[in-house]
Design a protein around this ligand. Structure first.
Ligand SMILES: Nc1ncnc2c1ncn2[C@@H]1O[C@H](COP(=O)(O)OP(=O)(O)OP(=O)(O)O)[C@@H](O)[C@H]1O
Ligand SMILES: [Mg+2]
Length: 262
């Protein structure tokens, strides 16, 4: 490990001049930033901007053509136990009949280099994770009986039970009503503080996140910008990112981006 990589061991994400190409298309270019411990980042951008691809880059599932990517000081690799990942499209149907607590327990499998957990310890970890996401009350229910919001909390528990330092959540708020989305957001925000985990959460609506996030990563048109919402979600930054005029208006504490898709 180089001196620099060693000094970045505690840094969840470090990128320098990264270019991602899939087939003939450059999905993202010149990505350079670092994410710190306990940071809560919203990842925004239109369909096809490369949000999911970016998460997969960190997971070692997508290669990079140029630059440097370090996750806790090491090159991305598949099955990294330091990362908790909740994918955009979950095939929960396959788990329809599984009990909620067993689903959460799946998050322990494949961790710790294959060491099995003794069942008492396993049960305790599951209970803790369920409690942390306020899902204790439906621990014994079959997943198929639960609402979208309840399932989303289970997904979060499944991710957290492996005690990751970096959590990647791909559109966890899709299909949730405002109240359920708020609940998930508050839970995630609390976890960033209490567990010091860095969270990157992909969404198409930043407004409910505005009071909680540290920064936004905005991806569009093969490029990205990262910073505080008030500096990134502006007419200047977005117009330059999209390469044509974009308007941002604020009303009632919400931001509305006009003229482009997010
Ligand atoms: N294996 C691949 N080969 C070529 N292109 C790909 C491959 N995988 C994804 N892409 C393309 O990369 C682009 C980025 O896809 P990605 O799924 O990262 O977008 P996204 O920002 O997550 O979009 P959405 O908001 O719809 O989820 C898309 O245009 C997609 O078609
Ligand atoms: Mg996606």
């Amino acid at each position: 490990m180089s001196f620099e990589a060693a000094s970045l061991e505690r840094v969840p994400v470090f990128l320098r001049d990264v270019r991602i190409r899939l087939g003939s298309r450059v999905i993202q270019d010149e990505m350079s930033f670092r994410i710190e411990d306990g940071e809560f980042i919203a990842v925004l951008g239109p369909n096809g901007a490369g949000k999911t691809t970016f998460l997969k880059l960190l997971l070692g599932q997508v290669p990079y053509e140029a630059g440097e990517v370090l996750v806790f000081g090491a090159r991305p690799r598949r099955g990294n136990p330091k990362i908790g990942y909740s994918p955009q499209f979950r095939t929960l149907d396959a788990n329809f009949a599984v009990r909620a607590r067993d689903l959460v327990g799946f998050g322990l499998d494949g961790h710790r280099f294959g060491f099995a957990f003794p069942s008492r310890k396993r049960g305790k970890l599951i209970d803790q994770a369920l409690e942390e996401v306020r899902a204790t009350e439906y621990a014994e229910a079959a997943v198929g009986e639960l609402s979208g919001g309840e399932r989303q909390r289970l997904s979060l528990a499944q991710v957290l039970i492996g005690n990751p330092g970096l959590v990647l959540l791909d559109e966890p708020l899709a299909n949730l009503d405002i109240a359920s989305a708020q609940e998930i957001i508050s839970l995630v925000a609390r976890l960033c503080v209490s567990r010091k985990v860095a969270v990157m959460l992909v969404t198409h609506d930043v407004n409910p996140l505005l009071p909680h996030i540290d920064r936004v990563l905005f991806m569009a048109n093969g490029r990205s910008a990262i910073g505080r919402p008030e500096t990134v979600i502006t007419r200047e930054t977005l117009s330059s990112l999209y390469n044509h005029p974009v308007d941002v208006v604020e009303a009632g504490g919400k931001k509305f981006v006009l003229g482009v898709e997010i």
